[in-house]
Design a protein around this ligand. Structure first.
Ligand SMILES: Cc1cc2nc3c(=O)[nH]c(=O)nc-3n(C[C@H](O)[C@H](O)[C@H](O)COP(=O)(O)OP(=O)(O)OC[C@H]3O[C@@H](n4cnc5c(N)ncnc54)[C@H](O)[C@@H]3O)c2cc1C
Ligand SMILES: Cc1cc2nc3c(=O)[nH]c(=O)nc-3n(C[C@H](O)[C@H](O)[C@H](O)COP(=O)(O)O)c2cc1C
Ligand code: SF4
Length: 671
């Protein structure tokens, strides 16, 4: 393995000797015939930025931004090898020559930036999605074993179909070779088709492809052999595998490591990319893109176990957010390169900043899973809540300096105001931000108090740093009034005054104490006993407040207006928070809304039947019933002719930090 780094940032030690920062991370590495300039990898991730099954301008711009930022290797998102599994254009179609020009253009552009590019070859087996017209597909698998998460009962593959699929992998690899990419990666991870063959719980065959462990390996062996032949000697062939599917019916660590070690001894791949989790189950799926509930770099010890058994380089993924974590993993010998996919979604310039020693300028991913995998699961192009430029590169890659610098006054230092201020100052405007509170952050300062969500506060650290670095003058304890605007007379006022808790109309027939969720997160004391949390939005606040109270020893009932707790959260976060609530004994009631209280009873109404649902012997009602805008200032000045007035974020209408930050960017870009 090469040991010399390229020109890394150099630190002068006391006494004059020179130390290299992130030396291991910036050392080049050979993955079979491909040499990568550093060990930062953007792994395959679906973006919803493609068009009609091919790489288009939006995906090109997305990856070029990361290559410009210094990433060593980009593995392009999954591409289907089997025309019978066609997702009708929503997934890249490696089974058709029409993909070649797109990969070719991408490879040329990435090579010009010294970034290598691999293509992922994919067959989901029983992990398949609805057709574009809404009907269910005929999914296939080694055996007819159903899938918990997508509720698919697959058809067992015939040997003839197995042979055709193997051949499809080979043809797709040949197509990628013709497109000029540097390698192909076989997706045997996350419970997809090759993993379904490896797993004794999903492979119940008794022919050449099933039975004992050796025969369960046969499908993947033939796929890798076909890929090698198709790709030819000049291309790298990689293997992606979940080393622990973390599922009740998943491949376990011993089975996975034995399989990898055997195939490695046959020389069938040039590297192995280690991940965790499975798409097939609720408990397994949140490891595919682990949220802030997981420790950073928690898969690295598993990768080390693989590394001890194989001869090829090992890549590892899973919440490796910062260069110092990645460097330590490589320095400790746990892996040879680090997947830092969301780190790059959040900050495409991360490798370049790390190499230049500008670690404090890196916008660290906070594992919120909202705009990246959250968007993808909803069928929308990916982005980042902290950096909405991601996924919108065609619009925001080059934001020109302001033609005429203007005096911009930003009211409110929540996520929306901070982003507006930073983006306006980066364009050359003179920006002053006034924040009424003692520190900036707005509601994010409460969001970070929810148990297990302290990392959400990183959005404030990052945006404040960006604003200050861009030259924004931040004035705290300064409540802006119309009078102040008359005195300051800015050219532009951007109003981002946020929101406050909303209370629904309730029939009050007694003196049961009623609190807002914000009070609980601020630490208000609530008597011991049974507490009802009424949740309207089905987001982090209802579940988070219920968990907080349960942790304080209260007996908590979470009464959700929707079909289940956390109904509006992205699935992985919903499942992790729901599991935490259940572990702490929270009782969950769906489809109810609060309509009144007396001394010790909360009166709920069933959202479907309108029947009353009474909960008695209660000591307090906590309302997580949404927010209302703090919009008095906006209403007072909008439409004025003597200054440009723009409202952003929750003060326009309450939503989430994602919209606030995006609208902050849009406001600044429009000046
Ligand atoms: C407990 C909780 C958890 C949440 N969790 C999430 C989450 O996980 N993900 C997510 O995306 N969203 C979450 N949200 C919502 C998110 O925090 C808000 O949507 C977002 O903060 C809105 O940003 P904003 O800039 O519009 O307003 P705010 O964050 O409300 O900031 C407004 C700021 O303006 C200041 N201000 C008000 N009036 C004036 C004035 N006249 N002069 C000067 N300053 C003024 C306020 O002091 C405040 O700091 C959560 C909210 C809460 C309460
Ligand atoms: C939006 C999104 C889509 C993903 N799609 C894929 C995919 O197509 N193929 C794959 O192997 N992994 C996919 N993943 C998982 C990532 O490759 C990676 O393993 C995961 O994000 C964990 O790494 P990170 O913590 O560095 O983000 C996806 C992840 C994200 C965020
Ligand atoms: S949306 Fe959240 S999890 Fe996704 S990249 Fe951005 S900060 Fe990370």
């Amino acid at each position: 393995m090469p040991t010399t780094g390229q020109c890394c940032f150099r630190l002068l030690r006391p006494g004059g000797s020179i130390a290299l920062m992130y030396e291991q991370l910036f050392a080049p590495l050979d993955l079979g015939p491909t040499n990568i300039r550093n060990r930062v990898v953007s792994s395959g991730h679906e973006t919803m930025l493609i068009g009609d099954g091919v790489i288009n301008d939006a995906l090109m711009a997305y990856h070029l931004a990361r290559a410009d930022g210094g990433v060593g290797l980009i593995v392009v998102q999954i591409a289907e090898v089997d025309p019978l599994e066609d997702s009708e254009g929503s997934v890249l179609q490696a089974f058709d020559d029409k993909v070649i020009p797109g990969y070719q253009r991408l490879a040329d552009e990435l090579h010009a930036r010294d970034t290598r590019v691999f293509a992922q070859l994919f067959h989901g087996g029983r992990e398949s999605h609805r057709h574009g017209d809404g009907t269910l597909p005929v999914s296939v698998a080694p055996s007819a074993v159903p899938n918990e998460r997508f509720l698919m009962m697959p058809r067992a593959l015939t040997v003839q179909r197995i042979l055709a699929i193997v051949q499809n992998f080979g043809t797709a690899a040949d197509r990628m070779r013709r497109a000029g990419v540097d390698g192909v990666e076989i997706v045997a991870s996350h419970g997809y088709l090759p993993a379904q063959f490896l797993n004794p719980q999903t492979n119940r065959r008794d022919d050449a492809y099933g039975g004992d462990a050796a025969r369960r390996l046969q499908f993947l062996r033939e796929v890798l052999q076909a890929a090698r032949i198709g790709a030819g000697p000049g291309l790298t062939v990689g293997l992606r595998i979940s080393i622990d599917e973390q599922s009740y019916d998943g491949l376990n660590i011993d089975e996975a490591i034995d399989a990898v070690a055997t195939l490695d001894s046959e020389g069938l791949f040039d590297y192995v990319s280690v991940v965790s989790g499975s798409s097939a189950t609720f408990a397994g799926s949140h490891h595919i893109v682990p949220s802030m509930a997981h420790e950073v770099a928690y898969v690295a010890p598993r990768a080390a176990q693989v590394k001890a058994r194989v001869s090829v380089p090992v890549l590892v993924a899973g919440r490796i957010n910062q260069p110092q974590e990645a460097n330590a993993i490589i320095a400790n010998g746990q892996a040879d390169a680090c997947v830092m996919t969301r780190a790059l979604i959040c900050d495409p310039m991360m490798p370049g900043k790390a190499k230049a020693g500008r670690t404090e300028d890196i916008r660290a991913c906070i594992g919120c899973n909202q705009a990246c995998i959250g968007h993808y699961l909803l069928g929308f192009p990916i982005s980042c809540i902290q950096y909405p430029e991601t996924g919108r590169e065609l619009t925001y890659s080059v934001v020109p300096p302001a033609r005429v610098p203007r005096r911009v006054l930003v009211v409110g230092g929540g996520p929306g105001g901070l982003k507006a201020a930073a983006a306006a100052a980066q364009r050359g405007h003179h920006v002053v931000l006034h924040e009424a509170a003692g520190r900036v952050g707005g509601q994010a300062l409460r969001a970070e108090k929810i148990p297990g969500r302290a990392e959400f506060g990183g959005i404030v650290t990052n945006l404040e740093h960006e604003a200050r670095s861009a030259g924004v003058d931040i004035v705290t304890r300064s409540k802006v009034t119309v009078d102040l605007l008359e005195i300051e007379k800015p050219d532009v006022v951007i109003i981002a005054t946020g929101a406050r808790p909303r209370r629904p109309d309730l029939e009050i027939g007694g003196d049961l104490p009623i609190f807002d969720a914000w009070d609980v997160l601020d630490g208000v004391e609530i008597s011991s006993g049974k507490v009802v949390v009424a949740d309207w939005r089905g987001d982090w606040i209802g579940l988070g407040t219920a968990i907080e109270l349960a942790k304080r020893g209260r007996r908590v009932t979470l009464a959700s207006n929707g079909p289940h707790a956390g109904a509006s959260l992205m699935q992985y976060v919903r499942d992790e928070m729901t599991a935490e609530a259940i572990r702490h004994g929270v009782t969950l009631i769906p489809f109810v809304r609060p309509y009144g209280v007396d001394d010790d009873t909360v009166y709920l109404q069933h959202a479907l039947t309108a029947e009353p649902v009474l909960i008695d012997q209660v000591v307090a009602l906590v309302l997580a019933t949404g927010h209302e805008s703090v919009d008095e200032l906006l209403r007072s000045v909008e439409g004025r002719a003597d200054m440009t007035v723009i409202g952003v974020g929750d003060c326009v209408t309450p939503r989430t930090a994602e919209e606030a930050v995006l609208e902050g960017l849009q406001a600044a870009a429009g000046l």
